[in-house]
Design a protein around this ligand. Sequence first.
Ligand code: UDP
Length: 412
Amino acid sequence: MTQTTTDVHVSTLDDYAEVLGAAAIAEIRALAKRLQGRTVLMVNSTPVGGGVAEMLNRAVPLMQELEIGVRWDVITGGDDFFAVTKAFHNALHGGTFDLPEESFATFLAYNEQNRARLHFDADFTVIHDPQPVALIEARQNHGGHWIWRCHIDLSRPNRKVWEFLEPFVSRYDGAIFSSPEFSRQLPIPQYLFYPSIDPLADKNRELDPGVITEVLQRFGIDAQRPILTQISRFDRLKDPLGVVRAYQIVKRYFDCQLVLAGGGASDDPEGEAVLAEVRDAAGKDADIHILDLPPWSATEINALQRASTIIIQKSLREGFGLTVTEGLWKKKPVVASAVGGIPTQVIHKHTGLLVHSIEGTAYQIRFLLSNPAIAQRLGEQGHEHVREHFLITSSVRGALTLFLHLSGKESK
Ligand code: UDP
């Protein structure tokens, strides 16, 4: 078990009844009863950092409470492997792929190494994202149902990389995507599952005002002036430099502060270089707070989001964008790029504001700072939207339903 959890509070299913109502929880228990004793293996490429780890950290304990035997394993690899998978990631999001031909062999060699190291004895194996996709090779010796859970936007992938990965994907029993627009034409069934957040996790639960004040003081942030925040790994696709530029435009009109907070993920080798670029762009402006957070910063992130006047997510490409979900859940007005899964969450002028450029981002931030009543209404509507569609209990219910559906079919 490679799971790490940063949460101090361990929530049980009954705790969710308060947020969702007893009927929703009873439905989950009823579904799980039909799967008791069955086993599930989740495999991804990092135990912390990023949205996938975030979700697994919460979904795995809940399934265990439902007496389903869930194991979560993380593949290992050298820097050479993660350099390749990061290049794949960028290329699958529509970028170019400039690594040499040997990169494909490096990818396969590490998948092979992990295939030899891990145990594939579960009834249902869920492989997350492209990094471990070639583990499907293990299926011929072990059987069971195999699902590929893709968290990224595959709508415009680099052809060379996709042509390499597609034969692996096509051998699964099905593929799950986070949005209909993300999917590819495949010879296997495809399912739509929205990602989700846990309302009771340290990242999202209600906080005492004292905790928020303490966090602001610790980071030297002024609670009296507007706070614009983007929480994200320091990744170029999150466009932190664009956020700094947008803030600099807004700053001409409003005395506000910018918080750019994030850490690295062990499967992302570019973080340090991007962090240096952001520091450089921020220059000597004392109202720009660049916070390099360690992975155990759930309460800090919660407090920063709750203290914010506006949450920004100015990504150039995005998977689903869990930071947006987190901001909406906290009833914050969100200004976010219309990319990836963000438009599913931010319905323009209803649950937030969508933007397409640095200037547009600055314009909408200025609009919200000038219209606090509208900002508040967007935040409240955003909260309801998340409650209906993007909470962890919906994910667990979806997974159980899919497992039951697959159980009705014979495994290969
Ligand atoms: N996150 C975190 N620490 C950081 C940066 C991000 O815990 O330093 C969390 C963030 O709160 C969110 C997730 O990681 O829950 C990021 O998910 P998202 O879908 O926004 O982006 P990804 O990193 O998966 O591209």
